[in-house]
Design a binder for this molecule. Sequence first.
Ligand code: C2O
Length: 554
Amino acid sequence: RSTKFFDFKVQTKRVSKLCKSKDIVTINGKFPGPVVYAQEGDAVTVKVTNESPFNMTIHWHGVRQILSCWYDGPSYITQCPIQSGQSFTHKFTLVKQKGTFFWHAHVSWLRATVYGALIVYPRTGVPYPFKHPFQEHIIILGEYWLKDVVQLDHTTIASGGSPPPPDAFTINGHPGPNYNCSNNDVYTINVTPGKTYLLRLIHAGLNTESFFAIANHKLTIVEADAEYTKPFTTDRVMLGPGQTMNVLVTADQPRGRYSMAMGPYMSATGVQFQNISSIAYFQYTGAVLNSLSVTTKLPSFNDNLVVQTIMDGLKSLTSVNLSKQIDANLFATVGLNVQKCHSKTPRQNCQGPNNGVMAASMNNISFVKPKISVLEAYYKKINGTFTEDFPEVPLQFYDFVNGAPNNIPNNTQSLNGTRTIVLEYGTRVQLIFQDTGTVSTENHPIHLHGYSFYVVGYGNGNYDEKTAKFNLVDPPYMNTIGVPVGGWAAIRFVADNPGKHDISLSSGAPLGVWFMHCHLDIHQSWGLGTVIIVKNGKGDPETLPHPPTDLPRC
Ligand code: C2O
């Protein structure tokens, strides 16, 4: 095993996009940020030095941080922000993990420009479970904003409205030809006829789920959230913010230039968004670029069934220890609802976190970030930072999806609080996420830090124990699940601490304090999240090491 060192300098940088120049926050002046390459089993050390005027934290999305929770990165959950002029060195090991990950800012909405790929190759000599591609390319879907995103976060919270759409959707930071002044601001992959390419897709955007497709080409999904899947071939894929996906594509069409596009997805509106989608080029060597060969035809992006089809097609390639780990009899069910304060409630009664007038909640609790990190408070036994009383609520209580948004009970007012879920080491957990969708129009990409989980069920409408169909054979193993608007998703994982030296469970997850939240930043700002604390059980020899000496102070 080797140690890989990286230097991350948080710097503002002047860029010109969409006919306007502005300062954006970057790592090392790069947008998107530098790619971190590593290999399974590597130790990774990243020194983050904040030379910008903004508070910063960096999160390693999808990395389980086994016994290294201090380095996970979500602000006020595992650390205070790195203030201007300070630095913090992250140290973690990629234990039994490989695939496409990403890193991103985890404070306010700074992920808008502070993100990059984290690519973890298999151990030397271990092949992919599919034919080795001719080349690999990283494709990061993003959203570009001309406004200051920290300001935008505050004004959106205060106004109670929805955030405006971004000024551009981007592919690897490039808006593409659909936008003003962007004819040359286009990402292009040059491909050789007959060859197969691996595209590592990462959705780093803030507030919009997106389709991705290449005109006239099929995509074969082989990995989702850095876990291999059984190959599944489709015309287009859908990713929510926080999701990654590897797809194979073969250059098997007539030589030409094909659009590789992202299209925002908003299931309930049915709005055709193709006009503002971002376009990149999938360009054959030797293509003659007359207008006929430039294929701009794109598949329809507003088809609800696509999402269901992709979810149905996502199957875990290897379900190691699956039966043992997801034996239904061993699970306790915690009902989670996902909602926003409903529209009939007078505004003054709908105080969200941070003095906002909108609230989003889980089990009616709008999560308020504390003044110091939950992990620090937990570790040092500092009182008054959080409580351990996240309510368990019978699912029937939330059985009002069908009445939304105009015929829902009045007892749905959410409460503000930093109320956490505390689990004993080894608890076998089933969470049912039920979207109560009173005002929302999109899926909620719920992300759990520190773990991957099996997505055992997924459906529209209200979850019903009697009729819900679960896949307990080869469910996808993910870290972010798009809970369908007006629907539900069921996940299972073992809150185990593999700090014992045999880290053999593929679902292995450490002791720690783990944020679980909607990866749409606006929903996070409104409080759609909670924290899962996994306690070290008796007889488990390993505990979380002491906090690093350079851990940022608030
Ligand atoms: Cu990628 Cu808590 O997030």
